[in-house]
Design a protein around this ligand. Structure first.
Ligand SMILES: CC(C)(COP(=O)(O)OP(=O)(O)OC[C@H]1O[C@@H](n2cnc3c(N)ncnc32)[C@H](O)[C@@H]1OP(=O)(O)O)[C@@H](O)C(=O)NCCC(=O)NCCS
Length: 175
């Protein structure tokens, strides 16, 4: 067992001309690649195994990132299931001369740890240690069920955590 802080991983990069799109801002695919790299290191730290990306969701591009910006990426494992791990990734862009720093992106990456035969490997649990880590831990079950439904790997009627969110038990039914 380990806390999210044990897998926390930071990456800092500068947006170079070959990272940009025709508008001169950071190419979205390049940023997703950097986020994948940072989050796979977090998942590797947690599992101590080779990991592969199995899904990416909740990606939002809130602000374009300019050429020359310093990009900081933070990733940590929020929760594990049997062989899979959810990693929460956050991205900030900084213009150091102007003393400006803004949060630009967030996403959830899911990784599966593999053994030497490239078969899914059971991973250690995550133990949240503060309020934010507990919030991410609790939400991870709902996000997992949603992504498995969308991937056709879970029936909607079996998604108990989602059902509890959207259809809380009628308080009158207990009377
Ligand atoms: C990851 C992989 C080995 C899983 O194989 P599989 O036959 O689907 O194995 P399983 O059905 O046992 O699933 C393994 C885990 O992945 C999870 N999973 C599978 N598909 C998923 C999806 N779309 N989203 C989230 N989790 C998923 C399962 O829930 C299971 O997690 P759990 O053990 O914690 O419950 C296989 O899908 C694969 O090799 N995918 C390609 C990975 C890749 O090439 N990534 C890009 C380069 S890194």
């Amino acid at each position: 067992m380990a806390s999210p802080a044990d897998s926390e991983t930071w990456m800092t990069l500068v947006v170079q001309p070959n990272d940009t799109n025709p508008l001169g801002t950071l190419h979205g695919g390049r940023l997703l690649y950097w986020m994948d790299e940072c989050s796979s290191i977090a998942a590797t730290k947690h599992s101590r195994a080779v990991v592969v990306t199995v899904s990416v969701d909740g990606v939002s591009f809130r602000h374009a990132i300019e050429l020359g910006s310093v990009v900081t990426i933070r990733a940590r494992v929020t929760r594990t299931f049997r062989t899979s791990m959810e990693v929460f990734v956050e991205v900030w862009a900084e213009n150091i001369p102007r003393n400006q720093r803004i949060k630009c992106n967030e996403a959830y990456y899911t990784f599966v740890a593999l053994d030497e035969r490239k078969q899914p490997l059971v991973v250690p649990d995550v133990v949240p240690t503060n309020e934010e880590e507990r919030r991410l831990f609790d939400g991870a079950m709902r996000r997992r069920q949603l992504r498995l439904i969308l991937a056709g790997k879970l029936k909607a009627e079996d998604a108990d955590a989602l059902r509890a969110l959207f259809m809380p038990e009628n308080p009158d039914s207990k009377k």
